[in-house]
Design a protein around this ligand. Structure first.
Ligand code: PAF
Length: 316
C-alpha cells in the first residue's frame, strides 16, 4: 500500500496505473474510517482494478471548533486501509490542497458568505476567494437550498470544492459516496457530470451497526446513553416508513408521528426533519413515489444525520 502526500506525485502514479489500462475506484474520506467507509472500499475493490482512498480533513467543511475536535487517527486508518487492500492512500497536507493558505483561520470566513447569490441551476467556479481558497465551487441554488443545506449552504460548496480538487488529481473511473449523505451524493453526481463526465459517481446504501445506528465517524463520541437516544431517530424513521408502507400518504401526518418519537428523548434536538422527493430533494406534501425521510439532529452537541429511502414505485 502506497501513501502519497504530494498531489503531483499522486497524479503521476495514477497516470502510470491508467497507462496500464487499469480501472480506478476512489473513496474520498475525512479520515476516522468506520465500517461504512469499509463498505465503500469493498465496493470499489470489487468493481475496479485499483482502489484509491483519500484521507483529508478538509477545514472548509467545518466550523473551527468542530474541525479541531474531529476524531481522526491516521495510524488506525492505515491499518484499516491495509486490511481492505487499498493500493494508494492520498494523504495531502492542507498546504498541498490549498497552496495559498497561510493560517487555519483563513478558511472559515468564506462560511460567512453563505447566503451569497448563486446561479439558480449551474455550478460556478469562483477564483481566489479571500486569498486562501484558490478556487471555490459554488453549488447552484436549486441543489444547495434543499434539506438541511438551507441551514448551512456553505458546507456543500466546501465539499464540492475539495472533491473537485481530488477528482482533478486522482482522475478515477468510479467514485463512491454513501447514500447517508444524500444531498452531498446528489450534488457531487451533478458536479461530476458538469466537470468530469468520465467519472461515474456511485451511491452506496447506508450501513448500520447491529443495533441499527448508521455508521458515522462521530459515533465514537457518543456515550452509551447518548447512543441509545440517537437510536430513537432510527426508530422514528422506521416508524415513519411503516406508516407509509401501510398506506399513509400525508407527509404532515408521518412527520408529526416521527417528531413525537424523537422529541420524547430529552437528549435529542431536531436540527432539520423532512420528507423529500428522491430526485429533486424538494419537500413533498403527498407521498406516492420515491421519497427520502431525512433527519439532522443533535445529541447534546454532537450533530448526526440519518436517512431512509423509500421507493414505493419500484415495490408495486
Ligand atoms: O463525506 C465526506 O466524508 C466528505 O464530505 C468528503 C466527501 C470526503 C469530502 O471531504
Amino acid at each position: 500500500m502506497k501513501i502519497i502526500e504530494s498531489a503531483l506525485k499522486a497524479s503521476t502514479y495514477i497516470a502510470e496505473i491508467k497507462a496500464k489500462g487499469k480501472k480506478i475506484g476512489f473513496v474520498p474520506t475525512l479520515g476516522g474510517l468506520h465500517k461504512g467507509h469499509q463498505l465503500l472500499m469493498q465496493k470499489a475493490r470489487e468493481q475496479n482494478d485499483v482502489t484509491v482512498i483519500s484521507i483529508f480533513l478538509n477545514p472548509m467543511q467545518f466550523r473551527k471548533k468542530h474541525f479541531i475536535e474531529y476524531p481522526s487517527d491516521f495510524e488506525l486508518d492505515k491499518v484499516i486501509a491495509k486490511k481492505k487492500r487499498i493500493t494508494l492512500i492520498f494523504h495531502p497536507t492542507i498546504k498541498e490542497m490549498f497552496p495559498f493558505v497561510r493560517y487555519l483561520d483563513d478558511f472559515f470566513p468564506f462560511q460567512n458568505d453563505e447566503f451569497k447569490a448563486r446561479d439558480p441551476e449551474r455550478f460556478v467556479i469562483e477564483p481566489k476567494v479571500q486569498n486562501s481558497i484558490d478556487e471555490l465551487i459554488r453549488v447552484p441554488n436549486e441543489m444547495v437550498y434543499q434539506l438541511d443545506g438551507k441551514l448551512h449552504p456553505w458546507f456543500f460548496d466546501a465539499s464540492a470544492t475539495i472533491v473537485h480538487k481530488l477528482f482533478k488529481i486522482l482522475q478515477p473511473d468510479h467514485a463512491y459516496f454513501g447514500e447517508k449523505d444524500i444531498q452531498q451524493l446528489a450534488i457531487i453526481t451533478k458536479m461530476a457530470e458538469t466537470y468530469f463526465p468520465a467519472i461515474k459517481v456511485i451511491g452506496i446504501p447506508t450501513l448500520r451497526d447491529a443495533d441499527g445506528l448508521a455508521f458515522s465517524s462521530r459515533n465514537v463520541k457518543l456515550s452509551d446513553k447518548q447512543r441509545q437516544s440517537a437510536l430513537k431517530v432510527y426508530h422514528a424513521l422506521k416508524y415513519g416508513e411503516n406508516l407509509i408502507r401501510k398506506g399513509e400518504s400525508e407527509t404532515r401526518i408521518v412527520l408529526t408521528a416521527m417528531k413525537k418519537i424523537i422529541m420524547a428523548q430529552h437528549l435529542l434536538e431536531i436540527d432539520y426533519i423532512d420528507i423529500v422527493d428522491k430526485k429533486s430533494l424538494k419537500p413533498v406534501n403527498q407521498i406516492n413515489n420515491a421519497v427520502i425521510l431525512y433527519v439532522a439532529f443533535f445529541v447534546n452537541s454532537i450533530r448526526l444525520t440519518d436517512t431512509l429511502i423509500i421507493n414505493l414505485m419500484n415495490e408495486k
